[in-house]
Design a protein around this ligand. Structure first.
Ligand code: NAP
Length: 264
């Protein structure tokens, strides 16, 4: 029988992870079966336990459960400890890791092809996705990192864990420009966008939305303002490759899978 894995979240129907892992398995000759689990918002841990007891080998965790996943794992990688969020669980040794940060960094270097070193970055959101990338962005050498979130206290608590990051609410964002604006909110899933001041997105900005598979209002506004725009599909494929490596000890090639998903 194939080794079983899944992505767990709520909502999860939009996830492309099953298709990505099926491609990785085919390309590397690994015998895995990868599904989707929608966990009730108030019953994440029982859903994880059910999958484990039914023989599951590991899980990817998506919104809004990454912090709960962090709390569930007995052992955690250094990057998961920094993020206090887990997106990859390996059941054999109850190990939790966070591959979002490395996924974002690899997408910038290999697909977006924009060096992060020395750039000023505005990160929108303070949920599981934002928590996973702050450490990696600072490590990549960004010159300035501001975190803005609707619930300002969450942004401040996140920035307080990382020397080099600062935080504010959307209404406190002034006329200061940023080289890169990364939307790590889930607003796009509901057809909304974080409220940015006029002029924040312009011809010299790279606007990056972690949401993928739809044209979000954030990306549409960026293009209208003449900014370069990128969705989060590359990050998804890169973080998935790192999860696959953690589970299977084999590193799949990402470019062919990304090209296939983009239909090119
Ligand atoms: P989460 O933990 O539920 O956090 C959601 C975040 O979005 C919070 O900061 C929340 O603000 C903010 N938000 C929600 N609706 C908003 C709105 N209408 N206006 C402004 N802010 C809003 O979710 P997550 O795990 O961080 O995931 C966030 C998004 O990133 C999801 O869409 C997910 O699919 C995507 N993602 C993509 C990848 C990838 O590989 N491409 C990886 C990870 C995540 P409050 O704190 O004020 O509620």
């Amino acid at each position: 029988m194939s080794d079983r894995y899944a992505v767990i979240g709520n909502p999860v129907a939009h996830s492309r992870s099953p298709a990505i892992h099926a491609e990785f398995a085919r390309a590397t000759g690994q015998d895995i079966d990868y599904g989707r689990i929608e966990a009730p918002l108030d019953a994440f841990a029982p859903a994880v336990e059910r999958f484990r007891l039914s023989g599951g080998k590991g899980l990817n965790v998506t919104l809004p459960f990454k912090h709960e996943a962090f709390q569930l794992c007995a052992r955690r990688s250094e990057r998961a400890l920094l993020a206090q969020a887990v997106n990859t669980i390996r059941f054999d040794d109850s190990y939790g890791d966070n591959t979002d940060g490395i996924g974002l960094i690899r997408d910038f270097s290999q697909n977006v092809k924009l060096p992060l070193n020395g750039k000023s970055v505005l990160l929108l959101g303070a949920g599981g996705a934002a928590q996973g990338v702050v450490g990696a962005l600072l490590e990549a050498g960004v010159a300035r990192l501001v975190i803005a979130n609707r619930t300002v206290a969450k942004a401040k608590a996140l920035a307080a864990r990382f020397p080099g990051a600062s935080a504010c609410g959307y209404d406190a964002l002034g006329s200061e420009g940023f080289d890169i604006v990364i939307n790590a909110t889930s607003a796009g899933l509901a057809g909304a966008a974080p409220p940015l001041p006029d002029g924040m997105l312009n011809k010299s900005t790279l606007a990056y939305d972690m949401v993928y598979g739809r044209d979000t209002p954030f990306l549409a506004a960026a293009r209208k303002a003449g900014a370069r725009a990128s969705d989060g599909l590359g990050m998804l494929v890169e973080q998935a490759a790192e999860s696959f490596f953690l589970w299977r000890g084999v590193r799949p090639a990402t470019q062919p899978v990304l090209a296939k998903l983009r239909g090119s």
